[in-house]
Design a protein around this ligand. Structure first.
Ligand code: S3P
Length: 183
């Protein structure tokens, strides 16, 4: 079993990049608690994310999302975030307090194919979801990259393989860095 030396692995990335599934895998594999900002928001509001957007709007959701992130304890854990977490700089600061920030990415066609499987993404409920995705990705990709300690392309990998790639990368970082250093 992998020890994470007291800090979390935080997954960020666009909708459909695999954060939730990979997060579940990692948590199980490492025997660690898992925190998911969308799950926390939804549980606290007593509503699914789609309903929060419909009834209260995106701005209200973002406030709840930052509150959820702020309440996640700093401990060895797997933390899964919503795709918009990097939109607020206060969130990005918090992500780095919580742990090592891993960016999951995938090519646009793959992301679109994955998000099209279920209608759970209010931001993509537009006339042309394909171009909305493209535009959101254009704006956000630099934010994910700036916030990330490293990036894993999940386009051609199964969830278990992504989890494996993350653990391998963590191991190599650990061997090259002093025990308690991380940006
Ligand atoms: C959002 C992504 C969603 C969820 C909400 C907003 C976004 O999470 O937080 O619908 O702004 O990209 P996933 O990335 O898990 O789909």
């Amino acid at each position: 079993m992998m020890s994470l030396r007291g800090e979390a692995v935080v997954l960020i990335g666009f909708m459909g990049s695999g954060k939730s599934s990979v997060g579940r895998h990692l948590a199980k594999r490492c025997g660690l608690p898992r925190y998911d900002t969308d799950e926390i928001v939804s549980a606290r509001a007593g509503l699914p994310i789609t309903e929060i957007f419909a009834q209260r709007g995106e701005d209200a959701f973002r406030v709840l999302e930052s509150e959820a992130l702020a309440q996640i304890p700093v401990e060895a854990a797997i933390v899964v975030t919503g795709g918009g977490i990097v939109l607020r700089t206060e969130n990005v600061r918090r992500l780095h307090q919580i742990g090592l920030v891993v960016h999951l990415t995938a090519d646009e066609a793959t992301l679109f194919e994955r998000v099209s499987r279920r209608a759970t993404r209010p931001l993509l409920e537009t006339e042309n979801p394909r171009s909305t995705l493209s535009e959101l990705l254009r704006v956000r990709d630099p934010l994910y990259r700036a916030a990330a300690d490293f990036t894993v392309d999940t386009s051609r990998l199964r969830h278990e393989e992504v989890a494996e790639a993350i653990l391998t990368k963590l191991e190599s970082l650990r061997q090259t860095a002093p025990a308690d250093s991380h940006e």
